[in-house]
Ligand binder design. Sequence first.
Ligand code: NAG
Ligand code: NAG
Length: 468
Amino acid sequence: MAAAPGRQRPAALLCAALCLGAALAVDRSNFKTCEQSGFCRRQRGLSPGHSPYRALLESLQLGPDAARIQLINEATKVPLLLELWGLQGNMTRIRIKELNPLRPRFEVPDVLVAEPPVERLAVTGRDEGSLELSLGPAGHRLLVTEKPFRMDLLQGRELLCSVNARGLLFFEHLRQQEGAAAEGQEEAAGGTEEAAEEPGSWEETFKTHTDTKPNGPTSVGLDFSLPGFEHVYGIPEHAESLRLRTTEGGDPYRLYNLDVFQYELYNPMALYGSVPLLLAHSARRTLGIFWLNAAETWVDISSNTGGGETPQTDVRWMSESGVIDVFLLLGPAPAAVTGQYATLTGTPRAKGAPAPAATEDPIPSLAVPPQQAPRRCLLSSLWGTTRAAGTTTTRRMWQRWRGALRNTLSPAMCSGWTSSTPMANATSLGTPASSPGPAPCWSNWLQRNARWGTPSQGLGGCGTPSGC
Ligand SMILES: *[C@@H]1O[C@H](CO)[C@@H](O)[C@H](O)[C@H]1NC(C)=O
Ligand SMILES: *[C@@H]1O[C@H](CO)[C@@H](O)[C@H](O)[C@H]1NC(C)=O
């Protein structure tokens, strides 16, 4: 007995040292910077003020729902298609894609609960070099300027938001790889129509992972200017102050779902989840920008506040691929913006709302044979925890968890459970008396993954991370 503490102490010290060391040092090399991301570097390399895009106003097609106008990049001559909608409930949708893409480009499915109902658009003004559309009964108007292309969204005389005012629209069109046919040919020949491809356009390596890009560079970027707004919020998830800061002189905020062990506070590095919704708020109004793109995205924020002039915040979105599809949520009240976002993407079931139809067995996989008791324990524990945390487990959520669980956790954790352990007992995780050991592992794993729950509830008295 006496020897035991002595033997254990070095191990304990070592652990303490390692844990402390680990707690103090985030391994920044796990987080990609904009400079290390080919498309972010290319997008950010474009500086304001030189937009090559021109709106071909004579190409306007005004349908019953949308207005369509071609844009042309005067440097590359590649045409884009701009589509504009005035949506019911004070929203405007702007979509920009290639007019004749080499291949279809990805457009995000599933996120919109339905095609949003539209207002009737009308041309209310036209002169050489610009076009004015009215967007519905609330008096929103969109002024489209031909060259360089930009758009200004107004309500009455008030300018709410300008698009491409800084000329940062950058749409990398699909292309064939130069010299793809003539394999091994050096690019010494030169004289290609377009500028030499930047490194990272067709393949790039981060740490040990090499990412091939068979479609080549396909990123998209666009800027929004918000006059009168000093404060912007949103684009979770970052370990950041509530109000977003300007990103000048540093990296943009990154939206890319990661599960990296540690992260830094007040840093734009990506975390577990991403919601591409940014809110701008002033005493007078609130406005939202919802950037519907599922690819890796970086968001730059700059502002001119403090100079005595009208404050203005500029936001620049850059995504690795897809199309530009953005919703301007025009409030004007904060609650209206939230409501507008909810009408587009849906809401979770409200507390106290009726349960899903009885035909939906929420835990179908619990019918496991007795020899699979350990697995039953895992599943039932998980189920109990989600319930204890006061969350509503939908079948889809449950199936996702079950899948993750199968791949992540060892059934040995539930050695004390039998196939007859009642479900009702599974309200806290990892706490059956006979297998108290792995509770913290469980709890931490769950706490990380069950962020819709309340960590202090039903998570089996979660302890500190314990090396699982
Ligand atoms: C739309 O905007 C108008 C004018 O700002 C406002 O009166 C109205 O309440 C708004 N509608 C919604 C659904 O927020
Ligand atoms: C389940 O919980 C009930 C009440 O808390 C307890 O009486 C019973 O012994 C438990 N059963 C098992 C198998 O743990």
